[in-house]
Ligand binder design. Structure first.
Ligand SMILES: NC(=O)c1ccc[n+]([C@@H]2O[C@H](COP(=O)([O-])OP(=O)(O)OC[C@H]3O[C@@H](n4cnc5c(N)ncnc54)[C@H](O)[C@@H]3O)[C@@H](O)[C@H]2O)c1
Length: 275
């Protein structure tokens, strides 16, 4: 990861990127396999100071899991956050404002759909199932960014990254209700990018290749999806959470200062293959 700097009249040189002095919020760690965990690991290696949140979990494991990841990275701010709850969002950003005053980045690595909507025929998607998927997986990036804006302003700008999937533009078997949700997420970052660009606040999504995680295991026949993605990508293999995380760190860094409103594919070229 590289950062540009001037070097004694010899033109522009590049040096290792650093997140030292940068502060950010990471949403979406559920366990060690989460994409958000890999993103946090890379950002931690690059020196970022972070706060983590954990989503609602009827079995109560997420808080414990996130605390464990936080401990490994010396992260002291671990907060509950249900992105479907406006008060939760306000509380989290209120705490960050008190603690830090400013914010440099937000990682939105959150999605949810009722299991039944990921297994049955798409035409059977219920109104409620549609609304839940849209609310948690797409709309939530809007209020999360809204609350981040004043804090990012205080730091002279910022960067927001969300996680998408190719099901936003292609009809992927069983992805169903999540497809339109990801399409909305990608569209939302374009509108956020347009609005916030003048304030040096950027918003992008990463369209990640299929990876086995807690969420993806809820998609019907996910094993098959994973196999197809590996076999039909240009690289001939599946992507890793680490590869997604490296791109997230790049997009969150000043190296990506002119990249906004984009959907960046980190899928081994799966999206460019005719078959
Ligand atoms: N795994 C894949 O194949 C893949 C591919 C492309 C994109 N993605 C996206 O990456 C992101 C992270 O997913 P993952 O695969 O790491 O799975 P994951 O299950 O580890 O992460 C999903 C996270 O969403 C959180 N969440 C769900 N409902 C929430 C709510 N109401 N409030 C707050 N948080 C909530 C969960 O707590 C969990 O931490 C998601 O947006 C997912 O759609 C995943």
């Amino acid at each position: 990861m590289f950062r540009k700097h001037n070097h004694d009249n010899q033109g522009e040189k590049y040096e290792m990127i650093s997140f030292s002095g940068k502060k950010g919020l990471v949403l979406g760690i559920a366990n060690q396999r989460s994409i958000a965990t890999a993103v946090a690991e890379v950002l931690n290696e690059l020196g970022a100071e972070m706060a983590f949140t954990y989503g609602p979990d009827p079995k109560g494991r997420f808080a414990q899991n996130v605390e464990k990841v936080a401990e490994e990275m010396n992260v002291s701010h671990v907060l509950p956050l249900d992105v479907a709850n406006d008060q939760d969002i306000a509380d989290v950003f209120g705490k960050l404002e008190k603690e830090w005053g400013g914010l440099d980045f937000v990682v939105h690595s959150v999605a949810f759909a009722e299991r039944e909507n990921l297994e049955t025929a798409f035409s059977l998607t219920s109104r409620e199932g549609w609304n839940i998927a849209q609310d948690i997986s797409a709309y939530s990036i809007v209020p999360v960014t809204r609350y981040a804006i004043p804090l990012m302003r205080n730091n002279g700008g910022g960067s927001v990254v969300g996680m998408s999937f190719i099901g936003s533009v292609l009809a992927v078997p069983n992805y169903n209700v999540m497809g339109p949700a990801k399409a909305a997420l990608e569209s939302a970052v374009r509108y956020l990018a347009r609005e916030l660009g003048p304030e040096n606040i950027r918003a992008n999504t990463i369209s990640a290749g299929a990876i086995r995680t807690l969420s993806s295991s809820g998609i019907g026949k996910f094993g098959e999806m994973l196999k197809v993605a590996g076999e039909h990508s240009a690289t001939g293999r599946n992507v890793t959470t680490r590869e997604v995380a490296m791109t997230a760190a790049f997009l969150l860094s000043d190296c990506a200062s002119a990249i906004t409103g984009q959907t960046i594919y980190v899928d081994g070229g799966y999206n460019i293959m005719a078959n």
